[in-house]
Design a protein around this ligand. Sequence first.
Ligand code: ADP
Length: 607
Amino acid sequence: MKKRILARKTLTVVLAIFLSSLICTYSFDYIESLTYDARFRLKPFAKENNLIKLIAVDRKTIEGTRETGLTLEEYNKVLEKVESLNPTFVISLIAPDSLPMKSYEQTLILRDIASRLKNYIIHYDDAIMKGEEQKLLSSKPFEFLKRVPGVVTFDKSNFARDEVSRRAYVSYQDYLFLQPMVAKFFNGIDNISEYRGNFLFKEANQIYINYQRPDTYKKMSFLDVMNGQISEDLKNKIVLIGYDDKFTPDYYIKTPFTRDVVGMSKLEANAHVIQTFIENSGIIRTNQGINFIITVICSLIVLYAVMNLSPAKGLIVIINTLFGYSAIAWILFVGFGIAVGMAQPFLAVFVCYYFFIPYRLIVEARKSWELSQKNQLLTQVEELKNNFLSMMSHDLKTPLARIQGMADIALAKPQTLSGDQKDAITTIKRSSEELTEFITNILDLSRVESQQIKLNLQPKDINKILEETVSKCRYLAELKNIEIVCEFEPLFSVKVDTELMRQVFSNLVENAIKYSPENTKILVTTEEVDGMVVVQVADQGIGITDTEIKNIFTKFYRTKSVKNSQIKGSGLGLYLAKYFVELHKGRINVESIPQQGSTFTVEIPMN
Ligand code: ADP
């Protein structure tokens, strides 16, 4: 049986691990990306990096320059203003050589400002391959412009394939990109492998961008700067100049925060990327090995909950597992920038739940079938037992009564018997009485256990029952020279089942005689206290130890000293006495001192 259970448990564990492995062979990128993005959306706070300042060609600028449009002249004005505030980097997402110009002179002005700026870089929005460097060059008269590729890639061919930008390039074919190049100036990181969570994809070193919330960066309006209204201190800062006009989706990317085509401007996204590089806070996505371990753990929790707990408790454990794991994933993300896999563990929870529920139903159906079989067998055994007992009552008690009758007849004429014969017949009579008592006890036990006892209540003077009982026992007492003293208070009649009460008192008085040495006294008293008839049987017998006294009303219990002695008994008398007294809503208890005596007290309510 145990082996079968163990084999079944092992099989379910193996199945759970197999299901996890199966699930882990697929990456479920789309679901994974949803949980990945949700963690960004649930970021409780955003952190702006004060080194980065944005100048945006916004709606206000477009409207303010409606007559002229944005030309090189306006651009130069802004650049000149910025240059006067001494920034470390100026990164232009606007290519000045593509702007309309009114006069050639503007080119010279631009060259002049550019030469005065420490690092003036034009952002090239694509990756270039070795040998394609000419793409970065500007044609005359703009050959002084320095272009550097800086790419925020989007997931078109990998991960969720939903065109959301989640990654940024670090390097490609040993060519360092714009954002890590700028960051290097502030954090000194030279070796690209030092960037947290960096990975190789299609020959490009990349990291996952740790976006802050949208609109974390306050943007200065290009128009305001052009008009000289600039209050920011730009010394040692990075200034990004770019478009932020929602009428042109080309200036925007989709981010984990929103899949809207104008989700976040490239201008702002670049700030988030540069911040990620400067702080080296790229998101680390856990690898397949760790995801597999987590998936197996989740599967095993579900397996345990489904197979061992009640359905309601199991469901609570499973829901708590889902919430608990989500909470852990969220804390790891917000606190440590670690994105653990969630799709596979979640799917494992659902798959295992729907797989093991029917399995449990099958196991349970089988168990209940086995139980019903056992039940049937037990009912049959019970029937057999009852038949046997009633047979015993009839077939054993009748011959016994006959033996007793014959013994009585023989003893009625003692003069016809020799001394030895008289002793022999007396022994026959005593033994058959003992046997009758034993059979009566066994029969009573079976009636008690099958709850067949019905009270036949009739008003009766308890003193009368006791008198009859004592007089029946006197003969036994005399054999041991035990004196039975009765002190009865006059009592009102009480409704009791006479037969059962007679059995209770007989048992107590017979025990008192059985367990007392010769030449002692037994005191039987009755009184009425607080609406109860109180009967006490006190002896000067062997007594009962403290450790055993609590057990003497238990079925078949006999104390150690009695078991080792010649005194016969079944250990059923007190069990039945207690049961009968309690049927009358009464109580029975005992006080005893070993070697000094015991006092049994029975209390029966008057009503
Ligand atoms: P038994 O048939 O053994 O007498 P009972 O149920 O009547 O069974 O009593 C249970 C046990 O309690 C006895 O075996 C005996 O050890 C103990 N016992 C009962 N009455 C007395 C008594 N008056 N004095 C000492 N021990 C007693």
